[in-house]
Write a protein that binds this ligand. Structure first.
Ligand code: ADP
Length: 484
């Protein structure tokens, strides 16, 4: 089966968040399952800067290509590389006007940029005379591709047997723009309709993808259900319900080779499920490095973007009560000023209990995953969530709000039959958050045998890419069968 994955971010060529990890890892695992994946992405400025750091080469293979139906004369080149450590080809769309910003999600005009990229991918497939069973697009920036496939490219021989899949990584970002972009995109005017890409007097790229992709999925089964409700649907719940029979949820995986406490070079001391004392050596070293008293109290950590989505408002409500418990709290994160200053203030006021690290630091993140006892993720919504997966892998017990991917990966510990790998609460409410933390602390302090079991259960949970990639192959087969 031949698959083209299309994304704005792919690790290591350009990474902003989890999307890059998914599209960087998934094709490597697909390759092992006898699927032939290729990747298309923009050649961002950072892609050139990263070439030395990650030792890959970019080779120009086509130049001066035009997109006849777009209202622009901009031309593009195609570059080729490979995902390091694999044979997966990566094709880069290169255009200096659209893709020269320092940041991945920046540029002179984000709507034109996404339209240009989407159309350029399809024109590249033509120019390279390739055919695919599936074009797998990701998020709103690439969501017009399924729309083009069913309209302007509908009669093109090369695409006759091509199905499309849209993966929604976060419904909070949809690509909503003025209707004038219909003309730039060369899209037929009948699409400017409630049953097309029109959205409250504007146009919505993600809506186009949802309506026109053959199959849609999101990054966890629970989030796939939640987004069909008004509460989580971000005004697209109705459209998603229309597609309910083609809407799936597949959990993201994590790279079990890179995120392995037995070999991870970024942590203080390597350890396994059989020598957890070494995990506690990591804890002592972490306390030392962050100037917290070195002692045996539960260390609760949080590594997160500091934005409303992550449940910081309910945490703020009860933080001072939480500190009445005999615990230490470590934060690593950046984001909204109000939350950054909240954590700085708390760290100043409680230097023996709170360490606030307002920065982005992937090495410190690993030390925190290894050296903490508990990991807090009280998200308002969470499409999949990676933090809880890393913490499970390192035997650090997640305390989560049971929503989206958190509900699918963290199971409440049940002392009757020693099952479960964490703690959590359902209602988005600070009192429940506090109660969950207190429950976890009680287990840590007073039920040592159970605590050891929880840590073992956490470390035995399987959220590797092998598992997710097999699910994606099933999804591809489902999409393919729609064209037969
Ligand atoms: P989201 O993609 O919504 O930000 P996820 O939990 O899916 O949330 O992924 C966030 C990832 O980014 C995690 O792997 C987390 O460890 C990492 N991360 C977040 N903030 C920081 C930071 N300040 N420093 C290092 N890593 C961070």
């Amino acid at each position: 089966m031949k698959i083209a994955l299309v994304s704005y971010e792919v690790f290591p060529f350009a990474k902003v968040g989890g999307l890059a990890d998914v599209v960087g890892a998934l094709p490597k695992y697909l390759e092992k399952l006898a699927v032939s994946p290729v990747v298309f992405m923009p050649k961002h400025k950072i892609t050139e800067d990263n070439a030395v750091k990650f030792s890959y080469k970019l080779e120009k293979i086509k130049e001066n290509l035009e997109i006849p139906f777009l209202n622009t004369k901009e031309k593009f080149d195609i570059y080729l590389s490979k995902i390091p450590g694999s044979n997966v080809p990566v094709y880069f769309i290169s255009n200096n006007y659209y893709f020269s910003a320092e940041k991945v999600y920046d540029g002179p005009d984000l709507a034109e940029q996404a339209i240009y990229f989407s159309a350029a991918v399809l024109e590249s497939i033509k120019a390279l005379n390739m055919t695919f069973d599936i074009i797998h697009v990701n998020d709103w920036q690439t969501a017009l591709i399924p729309v083009y496939l069913k309209t302007l490219y509908a009669d093109n021989e090369l695409f006759k047997k091509t199905s499309s899949i849209l993966t929604i990584h976060n419904l909070g970002y949809q690509g909503i723009f003025e209707s004038k972009y219909m003309k730039f995109a060369g899209l037929p005017s009948f699409l400017y309709d409630i049953n097309g890409i029109e959205f409250y007097g504007k146009i919505n790229f993600l809506k186009g993808g949802i309506l026109f992709a053959d199959v849609i999925n999101t990054v966890s089964p629970t989030y796939a259900q939640e987004i069909q409700t008004k509460e989580y649907g971000e005004k697209l719940d109705g459209v998603l319900r229309l597609r309910t029979s083609d809407l799936y949820g597949i959990l993201n995986g994590i790279d079990y080779d890179v995120y392995n406490p037995e070999t991870d070079p970024r942590i203080y001391v390597n350890y396994s499920i059989n020598d957890l004392n070494k995990k506690y050596e990591n804890k002592r070293k972490l306390q030392e490095e962050l100037n917290l008293p070195v002692k045996d109290v539960p260390v609760i950590s949080m590594i997160s973007r500091l934005v409303d989505q992550k449940g910081l408002d309910i945490l703020a409500d009860v933080f001072r009560y939480l500190l009445l418990l005999d615990v230490q709290f470590i934060l690593l994160g950046t984001g909204d000023e109000k939350y950054e200053s909240m954590f700085k203030t708390l760290a100043n006021e409680f230097p023996e209990k709170v360490s606030a690290n307002i920065k982005f630091d992937i090495n410190l993140a690993q030390k925190i995953y290894a050296g903490s006892d508990m990991f807090l993720m009280p998200s308002r919504y969470e499409p999949c969530g990676l933090g809880q997966l890393y913490s499970l892998r390192y035997g650090t017990i997640p305390i989560v709000r049971y929503t989206g991917g958190l509900a699918d990966t963290v199971k409440e510990y049940d002392e009757k039959n020693f099952s479960g790998n964490g703690f959590g609460f359902k209602e988005y409410d600070s009192a429940y958050l506090l109660r969950s933390v207190a429950k976890a602390v009680d287990f840590y302090e007073n039920k040592k045998v159970h605590w050891k079991k929880i840590v073992e259960n956490a470390m035995k949970s399987d959220f590797s890419w092998d598992r997710s990639a097999r699910e994606y192959v099933k999804l591809y087969e489902r999409a393919k069968s729609k064209k037969q």
